[in-house]
Design a protein. Structure first.
Length: 301
């Protein structure tokens, strides 16, 4: 039926069997037979014929809309098929947790897209267990998560270790403190933390409880970027992952990262996960291979 639908759409657009037949490189009788066949198969009348003039019926307008949608789908299908044949630009669906979206993923995606600019990238977000589900159910080709996982049928490749660091504005009293800074120095300290219910908030709350301290929590925010921007204004401190604290980010925002030995205990491993049984396309294979290679032998401590 596709050929008839396409021919019908051209007739509608040209408002003339004669003009449409020339565009389609068909004789006018052959084109008329295609339209008649389509009307017979659909069981509706598509045109009212007023001499040489064609007027669309109500069903005809509906069928024309469908014909346009079908034409666009076929174009996208042929384009995608051509990409797969040439392995030049294919679709890649990634899953990532909130943490990795704000820390690890941007740099990885930028490097990958610079190398493979024709890849059509899609991103699914969620909590770690949701990302695992996306990859397991083959809704995502691969995932980047902030912890090691054990799931039958999935490969989990450790990329690097990360831990929290204390971040304060330049000129904060703690920057001038002599000697080693410890968790006790966070007692009653004005701080910005993540919102309750997030992984990082649970981690910091457990850390505060174990250390027997109670900081002065001024704000609760879910965004790394927002926290970084607000620290100088609020003259507050925050605990943020080392992987996020690039030197240029600290410099641009007038911040300083301070070392606290106890924060080494907040170490977590960022991992690449992917299905062992999925038939990965070219882009997925490239992503998995290049991501593994970029972290080969590298561990952040």
């Amino acid at each position: 039926m596709f050929e008839e639908m396409n021919a019908y759409a051209v007739v509608v657009e040209q408002s003339s069997l004669n003009k449409a037949s020339k565009l389609l490189n068909l004789s006018q009788p052959a084109l008329s037979r295609k339209i008649a066949k389509l009307e017979e198969e659909l069981g509706v009348k598509l045109f009212n014929r007023r001499g040489k003039r064609l007027e669309l019926t109500s069903p005809g307008r509906f069928v024309y809309t469908f014909a346009l949608e079908q034409r666009q789908r076929q174009i996208r299908f042929l384009q995608k098929l051509s990409q797969y044949k040439n392995e030049g630009g294919t679709e890649l669906t990634l899953g990532a947790s909130l943490t990795t979206i704000q820390t690890t993923l941007p740099t990885l995606v930028e490097a990958f897209m610079n190398k493979h600019p024709h890849t059509e990238l899609k991103l699914l977000t969620g909590k770690t267990h949701e990302i695992v589900g996306f990859v397991r159910d083959k809704k995502a080709d691969a995932g980047i998560v902030g912890s090691a996982i054990e799931e039958p049928g999935l490969s989990c490749i450790p990329l690097f270790d990360d831990h929290l660091e204390l971040v304060v504005p330049a000129g904060h009293p703690l920057t001038a403190q002599s000697g080693m800074i410890g968790m006790a120095d966070l007692q009653s300290l004005p701080m910005i933390t993540f919102s309750k219910g997030t992984w990082y908030r649970r981690l910091t709350d457990e850390l505060f409880q174990l250390s027997g301290i109670m900081p002065d929590i001024r704000m609760e925010i879910d965004s790394f970027e927002a926290i970084v921007r607000l620290l100088p204004t609020c003259k507050a401190a925050a605990l943020l992952p080392k992987s996020y604290l690039r030197s240029e980010l600290l410099l641009d925002n007038g911040l300083v990262a301070l070392y606290i030995p106890e924060l080494k205990e907040t170490r977590r491993t960022t991992c690449l996960i992917y299905s062992e049984t999925a038939e990965h396309g070219p882009a997925a294979r490239q992503w998995i291979g290049e991501t593994r290679a970029s972290f080969a032998g590298y561990r952040m401590v």
